[in-house]
Design a protein around this ligand. Structure first.
Ligand SMILES: Cc1cc2nc3c(=O)[nH]c(=O)nc-3n(C[C@H](O)[C@H](O)[C@H](O)COP(=O)(O)O)c2cc1C
Length: 152
C-alpha cells in the first residue's frame, strides 16, 4: 500500500518530475545498492515521491516525481550523498500526472552494454509512461551505458 500513500499525497499539489544521472562511488557494492533502495522506498512512501532508479554497474539514472518541495528536498539530500557523484540533472519540469504512480522507487538493474540495457528497460517501464518519456528514458539508459551521448 506504500505506493498509494505516495500517489494520493501528491494529488492537488504542484507536481514535478526530475531526472538525473550520476556516477556510483567506486566502492559501491550490492549491499549498498540494497540499502539505497530500502531507504528510497521508505522515505519516498512518506514524502509522496515515486519513480525509477536505473543502475548499470557504474552509473545511476533516476527519475523522481512528486510535490515540488519534496523533489527539491530530495535533490538536496542526493547531492550530499557520497555514494554517488557527478550528478547531472537531465530533465526537470512540471507535470499534471505521474508516469510512475505505482512505484515508490523501482530499482532496475541493466547491463552495461547498451543494446541489452535498452531491451531490458523497455520491458520494465510501466504502461503509464507516455511514449515520449519512454523514448527519453531509453535514450538516457543508452547514454549511461557509455555508447551514446545524451541529448535532450
Ligand atoms: C543513487 C541514489 C538514489 C537515491 N534515491 C533516493 C530516493 O529516491 N529517495 C530518498 O529518500 N533517498 C534516496 N537516496 C538516499 C538519499 O541520498 C539520502 O541518503 C536519504 O534520503 C536520507 O537522507 P539523509 O542521508 O540526509 O538522512 C538515494 C541515494 C542514492 C545514492
Amino acid at each position: 500500500m506504500d505506493w498509494l500513500v505516495g500517489f494520493t499525497k501528491g494529488r492537488g499539489m504542484d507536481l514535478k518530475t526530475l531526472t538525473y544521472t550520476s556516477r556510483a562511488s567506486l566502492d559501491l557494492g550490492a549491499r549498498d545498492l540494497e540499502k539505497i533502495h530500502r531507504t528510497a522506498l521508505e522515505f519516498n512512501a512518506l514524502d509522496g515521491v515515486t519513480g525509477m532508479l536505473v543502475f548499470n554497474g557504474t552509473r545511476f539514472l533516476q527519475v523522481i516525481e512528486g510535490a515540488e518541495t519534496a523533489i527539491t528536498d530530495l535533490l538536496a539530500r542526493l547531492r550530499r550523498d557520497r555514494r554517488h557523484s557527478a550528478i547531472e540533472v537531465r530533465d526537470e519540469r512540471p507535470i499534471k500526472v505521474r508516469s510512475f504512480p505505482g512505484w515508490s522507487m523501482e530499482l532496475v538493474r541493466v547491463s552495461a552494454s547498451y543494446f541489452e540495457a535498452r531491451d531490458s528497460i523497455d520491458d520494465l517501464i510501466p504502461a503509464s509512461v507516455d511514449q515520449p518519456v519512454r523514448e527519453q528514458l531509453l535514450r538516457m539508459t543508452e547514454s549511461i551505458s557509455g555508447t551514446v551521448r545524451f541529448e535532450s
